[in-house]
Design a protein around this ligand. Structure first.
Ligand code: ADP
Ligand code: ZN
Length: 627
């Protein structure tokens, strides 16, 4: 049931004043302030207007329709394509005391009848509905007999036929505007470039909708890309130093690497589970479920994992292989830190990654136009890896957003990379590629440069070349760094078949003619972690000012949350988010009234769980006082 006061004021049969959005924010959700454009969006819909909302993941889209649905008389209908997500959202709302339910294909007739009855009786504030279910005439007929507060169309980019999440059922949603001309509609998504925005507005017939476009930035995510030398060791060091016991996703390119990496993490004591399309559906479902429900599970996955993962407390996303585009990288890393708390996007990459992706692209089926677009995307991704300026600026610019200042929360900002004048070295490298006939891979060319006289080189007569042995001043590792950057920055092309022969591109001309100079990154032997550079890991930042004395209390609060979650059959974050728990820890409230002040403690949760957490506070604080 909706908390009693609100229930009285929101009940459609009463003529009392509606509650103010601020009041709902405070009483139901326990938050003090609206975030960014939330207030303006909510007001638009409360007043009966349509809205198109583009907001990054974690920006707070849900409140934009949940609050108007509670403020306006009648029930809010939420269209959502993802069944698992629907169930979690409804569970979370019920915990807040909101009368929410869902309709989808997982339910039997009995259940469906129960929900339809509740809907008809006006006993629901929010109803989540799969698009195909909503558009059935049975459902539409029922809705015509109910008072409707609004339609919210979540993941609205699914209407776009060009995107990879296209759902044909979404096309039918345009009809809602004719069928229910007086019900406000709000469409929301995190991913929409200009073209998709136009498409959403057009196909959903949001002719007069107000557009609310927020930036793409995810300031709480720290972006870091290091050089790969021993990926497993680097990954272990990263998790141990910064995210022990925390939830994360590790992305790999192949199924076999997913399996091997999950096993490696388990061997080192982590709770890691594999996820890829080759696993039976029930295993995948079980692993996903454990990731959502248990604390501190690491999922090791191919790109098959992610759609519909709404877990707010994913603290890191690690890439052991390079994604194919910045879009993919941003979407995958974007699964970290939905709760707005500090999180890390961590990646290691090396020369082989650059070569492998270039080869995969060139040898893929697909016409020239397709390849040209894919090549541009890969170039941008490799450019991001090699950039010496702020990574966030590169990311945001890629999505058409200006970022005037370096962000201060990426590896290149925290520890600016050194560069060196590599003009001479690069000329040597390029002419060696040229003189060996543009038919050899990087290891061979480096051997020639360094004057290694092996059988193969003898056989081809390359020990007699003018470039033989002219590169003794750099080590093999340093040369590999040079070649990686030349491949990444498009000076060298990689042969699609065979062993990756290098060839020059047009870009090389000014360099070879002596008209141009070139600066390259100097690789560090170990990618510096933010811990060493800024003195604070994400974990430190999350539990900022968490003094050692507070540690037992923090653990006790988390343990209590876990128990309550298990009793209720919901994930721990549905009871309270980390941020809320941390605020409780800092405030150390002594009464329910004081506890109610904490961020994220609404009225229903206060009544349900307040005493349980106060008891923990009392016992732990008393314990430590008596020592
Ligand atoms: P999105 O759907 O845009 O990814 P959500 O609606 O899931 O984001 O919100 C992300 C997180 O931010 C949620 O945990 C939510 O409770 C929290 N949140 C949203 N709005 C506020 C607010 N005004 N104050 C505090 N926390 C908020
Ligand atoms: Zn930066």
């Amino acid at each position: 049931m909706l908390t009693e006061d609100l229930a009285r004021t929101t009940s459609s049969t009463q003529t009392r004043a509606r509650p103010a959005p601020e009041q709902v924010l405070r009483q139901v959700f326990g938050y003090e302030h609206f975030r960014g454009p939330q207030q303006a969006i909510i007001q638009t819909v409360v007043d009966g207007g349509d809205a198109l909302v583009i907001m990054p993941t974690g920006g707070g889209k849900s409140l934009c329709y949940q609050i108007p649905a509670l403020v306006r008389p009648g029930v809010g209908i939420i269209v959502s394509p993802l069944i698992a997500l629907m169930q979690d959202q409804v569970a979370a709302l019920q915990q807040l005391g909101v009368r929410a339910a869902f309709l989808n294909s997982t339910q039997d007739f009995q259940e469906v009848r129960g929900i339809e009855e509740a809907l008809y009786q006006g006993e629901l504030d929010l109803l989540y509905c799969a698009p195909e279910r909503l558009l059935q005439s049975r459902t539409l007929d029922l809705l015509h007999r109910c008072q409707l507060a609004l339609f919210a169309i979540d993941e609205a980019h699914c209407v776009s036929q060009w995107g990879h999440d296209f759902r044909s059922d979404y096309l039918g949603l345009g009809a809602l505007s004719e069928q229910f001309p007086d019900v406000p509609r709000i469409a929301l998504t995190a991913t929409a470039d200009d073209r998709t925005q136009q498409e959403i507005a057009q196909r959903l017939q949001l002719v007069d909708a107000q557009h609310f476009i927020s930036g793409f930035d995810r300031p709480n995510i720290q972006y870091r890309i290091g050089q790969k030398n021993n990926a497993n060791k680097q990954l272990l060091a990263f998790i141990n130093a910064e995210h022990p016991g925390e939830a994360g996703v590790v992305y790999c390119l192949s199924r076999s690497k997913v399996e091997a990496t999950a096993k490696m993490l388990c061997d080192h004591g982590f709770n890691a589970l594999p996820y890829h399309a080759g696993l039976p559906a029930d295993v995948r479902a079980r692993h996903q479920e454990r990731f959502l429900r248990e604390d501190g599970v690491i999922i090791v996955a191919t790109i098959a994992f992610g759609m519909g993962i709404d877990k707010p407390d994913v603290r890191f996303v690690a890439h052991l292989d390079l994604p194919k585009s910045i879009e993919a990288y941003y979407q995958e890393t974007g699964r970290a830190g939905r709760d707005g708390q500090p999180s890390t996007a961590w990646m290691v990459y090396g020369l082989q990654d650059a070569i492998k992706l270039r080869q995969m692209l060139e040898s893929s089926a697909g016409n020239d136009e397709f390849k040209r677009v894919e090549r541009q995307k890969l170039d941008a991704m490799l450019g991001l890896c090699e950039v010496t300026a702020c990574r966030r600026q590169v990311l945001l610019r890629y999505f058409g957003e200006e970022a005037p200042e370096p962000c201060g929360n990426c590896d290149t900002c925290l520890t600016p990379p050194e560069t060196w004048d590599a003009t001479d070295a690069v000329r040597k490298a390029l002419s060696c590629v040229y003189r060996t006939g543009q038919r050899f891979g990087v290891n061979y060319v480096i051997d020639v440069l360094r004057g290694v006289s092996n059988e193969r080189i003898q056989q081809f007569g390359h020990h007699a070349l003018s470039t033989f042995g002219i590169g003794g001043e750099l080590s093999t590792t340093e040369w590999r760094s040079v070649f990686r950057q030349l491949v990444a920055n498009g000076y060298l092309r990689v042969d699609a078949e065979g062993f990756g022969a290098l060839a020059l591109t047009e870009t090389c001309r000014p360099l070879l003619k002596g008209d141009d100079s070139i600066q390259l990154r100097r690789d560090r032997s170990e990618p510096k972690s933010a811990k060493r550079s800024s003195g604070k890991s994400a974990r430190d930042r999350l539990s900022q000012d968490l003094s050692p004395a507070d540690q037992p209390l923090w653990e006790a609060l988390r343990a209590r949350r876990k128990e309550l979650a298990a009793e209720q059959g919901v994930p721990p974050y549905v009871i309270f988010h980390d941020a809320t728990l941390l605020d409780i820890l800092h405030r150390k409230p002594r009464s329910l009234a004081e506890l109610a002040e904490a961020n994220g403690v609404g009225q229903a949760k206060l009544e349900r769980y307040g005493q349980a957490f106060l008891d923990v506070l009392m016992s732990v604080v008393t314990d430590s006082n008596t020592i």
